[in-house]
Ligand binder design. Sequence first.
Ligand code: IMP
Length: 195
Amino acid sequence: MKKLVFATNNRHKLSELKQILGENFQILSLKDLGFREEIPETGDTLKENASQKSHFIYECYGLDCFADDTGLEVDSLGGAPGVYSARYAGENATYDENVEKLLRKLKGDRRRTARFKTVISLLIDGKEYFFEGRVEGVITESRKGKDGFGYDPVFLPDGFDETFAEMSSNKKNQISHRGRAVAQLVSFLNDEKFA
Ligand code: IMP
């Protein structure tokens, strides 16, 4: 089985990814490598950040690895919070504080269209490949649902009547930004016979 490091400290993402990739790949977490620090993330785009994270781990351990970076783009906020989604309400903001700020900014706004975008950087056999997934939707007026993480309770994907936080993780993975980016990653890895 092919070993791949997923360069993240986010346990939610890790369990989502293991659920999607777990049958064909042995996914190692940063914890499995004994790496407990924050990986620097100083880029201005999702692509730069994903690439910075995968290179950092590749240079430390020399292992094939991938990293993702995700942002929520809200149209009436000019694409914010975007690459700053994790720190929208401040440097160490909680998920709840970020959601609170978003709902406040959109209060009374009828234009609520938004999308999640994920970019994955894969470093394998010394070469880098990128994959992108996105999902369109709207920001609800209040939180709904208890599952998931981040902005899930206020993101209603187009064509569905449940927010990401009301869906099972299986259902979310089938339509989500990360699920779509990972689907491309998997098909690439399978096509290229890396598995
Ligand atoms: P990251 O930089 O890829 O970790 O993502 C930045 C921020 O986007 C996270 O801190 C979350 O607030 C949010 N985020 C990322 N993925 C998701 C998701 O699947 N659902 C909801 N929010 C997410």
